[in-house]
Design a protein around this ligand. Sequence first.
Ligand SMILES: [Zn+2]
Length: 367
Amino acid sequence: MPSKKETIAINKILEELVLISGLSGYENNVRDYLIKQLKNKSLNTNTDILGNLICTLKGDPKLPSVIIFAHMDQLGFIVKKIEDNGFIRVERLGGIPEKALASQDIVIVNNKNKLIRGVIGNKSHHATLQDEKYKVTPIKDIYIDAGFKNKKDVLNNGINIGSPVTYAPYYKNLSNNNVCGSSIDDRAGCAVILNVASSLIKIKKRPTVHVVFSVQEEFNLRGVLPVINSLKPDIAIQVDLTLTSDTPDMNNSSDVELGAGPCISLFSFHGRGTLNGVIPHPSIVEIFEKVAKSKKINLQRSVASGILTDASYVQFANKGIATIDIGFPMRYSHSSREVCNLDDLINLKNLILGVIDKISNKLQLTR
Ligand SMILES: [Zn+2]
């Protein structure tokens, strides 16, 4: 059971991370925050041309090296057209669910990095026709009202075609250490690996570990690839959400529950055009299972279609990389109110630390 102190600490970090707007390709504010946090722990970082943030903790060079990564970007929109009357049209960036958009609070990041608040318009109820009542408005008909008088007013406020837009940053605590936020995917993963990095400082005997906060995952699932190509790790651990099936709308399609512990993905697959997925390396699965058992952490098992992460591409880099997707249970993915549990995050961090501790020369990566 995580201590109250640990829960308070991760709650604070997660809240701060979620309250930053960081669209795919525009991760700068999230990156700056993380650099500051790592610097406070005397950890050095560097970035690459895409904006990936890399924190390398050097260890025994004779042991297989590890990359642990989570994406710092979030999905959202890009300004596509500014109407003469000041309303703003947008294009989707990432898997934005159109049915979750009516009346949403959003922010537009202007050319001075200032957040301009707006709302997605929802046709007045009194004027809604019978056949419109149960219809989802497609993205092409969606518009943002930020209170501007006309096009000139929009431009004068530093907004133009190409400006990034996200859900308005939002965070709140629910009962039983559950939390709700606008970008739990994957700031919760960032919070977990940030804690992993600071805990690793104290551990002397271990492999080299690269803790990486990656970019553009929600855009094209390949933002982390330059890091993989330059660092050439032997093992890759990807940290992101695992879908729960414990809400009334998920029809018990899996056994994954919120608050019941971290998750290991045994199979992910995405067909439509992508044709990719991850079947994790058996030796890494074995370590995770052993460590969970010895640390008495309940490890939930996930098999999911329609889900994909950067890890699908990472596994094919270089000579091949022993890859695994590890997650925290999460509800309401890609909506503006995603829900996760703080104890799950702490248990996930402890699990990862235990796994790093078990990486030895005896580990069989070739098959
Ligand atoms: Zn994600």
